[in-house]
Write a protein that binds this ligand. Structure first.
Ligand code: IMP
Length: 234
């Protein structure tokens, strides 16, 4: 499966690499326990992301370690898209550690604002931006605009090594509408202004497990996990 595989076996012996991923040797076994664990750097210092991604990626044989465990700083994110920025972060982490890496990049996209805040989501209100400042700028920018459609977007990438020519990429979007009045206390960032019609609530009013089950990040993570599980399938 992997050049940089750190094969920490769970005590299950398999005859071939392929047999690890097939069902033929899985009878009576927990699949997660039958896979070798591949130590992989998560190019993020966010403990919440680590926990959420870890639980989804263990069945794909991946053991995530945060970049802080390697003393890594974030690189400059100067890509033109979320996917490019995620790749920049993943390559930085893989280059520094010699390990496979996973990175994500996400943000809010508002078509009526030409895609803003987009890649600038975390610093939309400028130097030293806060979530409150970003939200104020967003609501001011939408003043008098009827089209309130927006989506959160998340790109997740996995690379096996720094020069991996075939990264595994998973993306997802979560559609909503921007409302002027903030509601809810959960979540972070733009959540209090992001109204989800399906729930008739803002993202900040949703319980964390509900948000994770429907959000851009949750969906992208499940897609990445599925893609990694299928990667070596015949
Ligand atoms: P990051 O990719 O997790 O660093 O997110 C970049 C920025 O996008 C955050 O600082 C938020 O402003 C915004 N963002 C991304 N995901 C969410 C979300 O689920 N809720 C609210 N804001 C988000």
């Amino acid at each position: 499966m992997n050049a940089h595989l750190t094969n920490i076996w769970f005590g299950v012996k398999c005859r071939s690499k392929r047999s690890l991923w097939g069902a033929d040797h899985m009878d009576g076994m927990n699949q997660a326990q039958a896979l070798p664990r591949q130590v992989t750097v998560l190019a993020s210092a966010n403990a919440g992301k680590l926990a959420e991604l870890s639980s989804l990626l263990v069945p794909a044989g991946i053991e995530l370690r945060p970049m802080t465990a390697f003393g890594l700083e974030s690189p400059e994110e100067d890509g033109a898209t979320f996917i490019e920025n995620a790749l920049i972060k993943a390559r930085h982490a893989s280059s520094a550690t010699g390990l496979p890496a996973i990175a994500d990049d996400s943000g809010l996209v508002v078509p009526a604002l030409g895609g803003a805040p987009g890649l600038l989501s975390s610093r939309y209100s400028g130097e030293g931006a806060t979530a409150e400042g970003n939200n104020q700028r967003l609501i001011a920018a939408l003043d008098g605009i009827e089209d309130r459609r927006a989506h959160f977007y998340c790109a997740l990438v996995y690379i096996e090594r720094v020069d991996d020519p075939a990264p595994v990429v998973a993306t997802a979007a979560w559609n909503g509408l921007i409302v002027d009045t903030p509601r809810g206390t959960h979540g972070f960032g733009y959540d209090p202004h992001f109204f989800v019609p399906e729930f008739k609530a803002t993202a900040a009013e949703l319980e964390p497990h509900t948000k994770n089950a429907h959000s851009h990040r949750g969906l992208a993570a499940r897609r990445l996990a599925a893609a990694l599980r299928q990667r070596d399938a015949p």
